[in-house]
Design a protein around this ligand. Structure first.
Ligand code: FAD
Length: 492
């Protein structure tokens, strides 16, 4: 609506003083562990994460980074968690996916968001100790439109009986605990049956849970991702998360906060790309000078550096919003970080591959065999492409962002624009909308309301004015489109 809120961006606070030294030590230990103990190319080649790597990660608490200390976790903030994800992903995409699925969308996140103290005591210590968790929402016929899950849970005394099949469940072939979204019996709302979706924690060793296939992908070859079948699986009602019928909210809220670890990994990959680009830009000589001195190559390095910086700024800002207020509504910010970050990371990796020339396309083993430096550009590309697809694709993110932006307008003018509503209602609503827009619209053309905070450096304050002007322009554009297309805009 063109309302610019600088307080969301400024001042940018740091993590709490008591967390800082602990977090710095954890991140330094993690970096050393990755460097010394994790052979990312071996993991890629074999499709397996060695047991000693998992043991090492467990020992340093990497399976419970955000889980509060009273439940056995490290109790770190979203900011520190994202930094850990960034670090891991810059080294090994497979370890990142393993750790991130476990705690961003696996058991810890939904339970932290929705569960009772009793359930937290029951599941969080197990999760923090590294009993692997997975999140099972997607089905063969149910991808982006996750509200139509077919896996069924029927009440039976104190239990539910689950039947159905989930696909592409990451960590699923090795998990001890599964978060499973199911259809439960419909409830009557306004005299009509309304489908209910309910989310459960399922012990993977329950009778009737079966891994029927391990999926293999272009990248992330050690994802332990598979098809999981549920045949008459008995799950206690006590394992329902967030209440019966609230499953979609649980699943979507989980994905919402979980979504931040994906752009963190994209930044990790982009920063790694920047390191490689800078080194190779100096090392490789063509036409008598390092290729980094040729303008076209320098431009690629500049682009990668600028995008890494911008992506990280977005992520830190959003993470700090969560740390300041655990219940902060970051749906829009998280979606923008995910959509923009994953797309730009892919673009940067593509620039890197170009900059490396033929060597970019060659895999690490082949490079080593020829006595060349093993820059893993080909692996980085394979591992990162899926980030634009999973945990809601870029198209779905755009749709979501657009719906959120349109929502206040539809509340004001939706009935007036809806040709299926009776004329009487539409005329009444048009009057109300006209009274609102006669004030609102001209304001979007006036250069007011963008004031920067008084203590801000004048150089930065200028940018704040620019952003405020951009946000008014966005509000105007959206309004014009809405007038042209009406409620159909949602599908465009
Ligand atoms: C490696 C990997 C790991 C995964 N891990 C998990 C996991 O752990 N748990 C889990 O539950 N799922 C997981 N998934 C599933 C993943 O989240 C889905 O692939 C994703 O949600 C998209 O669903 P889909 O593949 O069925 O695509 P579809 O929904 O069939 O979409 C196909 C294309 O159409 C586009 N599209 C669909 N609807 C619209 C629309 N309304 N407007 C515009 N475009 C649209 C999509 O963006 C996409 O480009 C994983 C997938 C992969 C590949």
């Amino acid at each position: 609506m063109g309302r610019w809120k600088p307080e969301k961006l400024y001042p940018l606070t740091d993590i709490d003083a008591d967390e800082k030294p602990r977090a710095e030590k954890f991140l330094a230990d993690l970096a050393a562990f990755l460097r010394e103990k994790v052979d990312a190319d071996l993991i890629d080649r074999t499709g397996e994460i060695p047991e000693d790597v998992q043991t090492g990660l467990r020992a340093m608490g990497a399976y419970g980074i955000k889980v509060p200390r009273k439940y056995g976790g490290l109790g770190f903030s979203q900011t520190t968690y994202c930094q850990a994800c960034l670090l891991i992903a810059s080294h090994c995409g497979n370890i990142f996916a393993h750790i991130s699925v476990h705690q961003s969308i696996g058991v810890a996140q939904p339970i932290l968001l929705f569960d009772t103290e009793e359930q937290k005591m029951k599941f969080l210590p197990r999760s923090a100790a590294g009993e692997l968790a997975a999140f099972a929402l997607t089905e063969n016929g149910v991808g982006s439109d996750s509200a139509r899950v077919k896996t069924e849970a029927k009440p039976d005394g104190d239990d539910f009986i689950l039947n159905g099949e989930k696909v592409w469940c990451s960590n699923g072939t090795r998990a001890a605990l599964l978060i499973v979204a199911c259809k439960t019996p419909p409830k009557m709302v306004d005299g009509k049956p309304r489908t209910q979706i309910t989310t459960f924690v399922v012990e993977a060793n329950s009778p009737g849970v079966e891994v029927v296939h391990r999926s293999q992908f272009m990248g992330l070859r050690a994802l332990y991702n598979g098809v999981i079948r549920f045949t008459n699986v008995r799950v206690p009602k006590a394992n329902v998360i967030g209440g019966e019928g609230r499953g979609l909210k649980v699943a979507l809220s989980t994905l919402n906060s979980g979504r931040l670890s994906i752009p963190a990994s994209s930044i990790g990959a982009t920063k790694r790309a920047l390191l490689i680009a800078r080194e190779w830009g100096k090392e490789r000589i063509q036409w008598g000078v390092p290729i980094g001195r040729h303008a076209a190559v320098a431009e690629k390095i500049r682009k990668i550096a600028a995008h890494a910086f911008a992506m990280e700024a977005m992520l830190i800002t959003t993470s700090r919003l969560v740390d300041r207020d655990k219940k902060a509504d970051i749906r829009l910010e998280a979606s923008m970080c995910k959509m923009w970050g994953t797309e730009k990371a892919w673009m940067c990796l593509d620039e890197l591959m170009q900059l490396r020339g033929g060597r970019g396309y060659e895999n690490v083993q082949s490079l080593i065999a020829r006595g060349e430096k093993p820059y893993p550009v080909e692996r980085l590309m394979r591992d990162n492409r899926v980030a634009i697809i999973f945990e809601a694709s870029s198209e779905i993110m755009r749709l979501f962002i657009m719906r959120e932006a349109l929502d206040p307008h539809l509340k004001i003018a939706g009935i007036a624009l809806n040709s299926e509503r009776p004329w009487g209602e539409r005329i009444k609503s048009s009057w109300a909308a006209a009274r609102f827009y006669v004030w609102w619209y001209p304001k979007q053309w006036l250069p007011f309301g963008g004031g920067a905070p008084a203590d801000m450096h004048p150089h930065l304050a200028g940018y704040m004015e620019e952003v405020a002007a951009l946000s008014r322009k966005l509000a105007r554009t959206l309004f014009h489109q809405m007038v042209i297309f009406g409620p159909k805009l949602e599908k465009r």
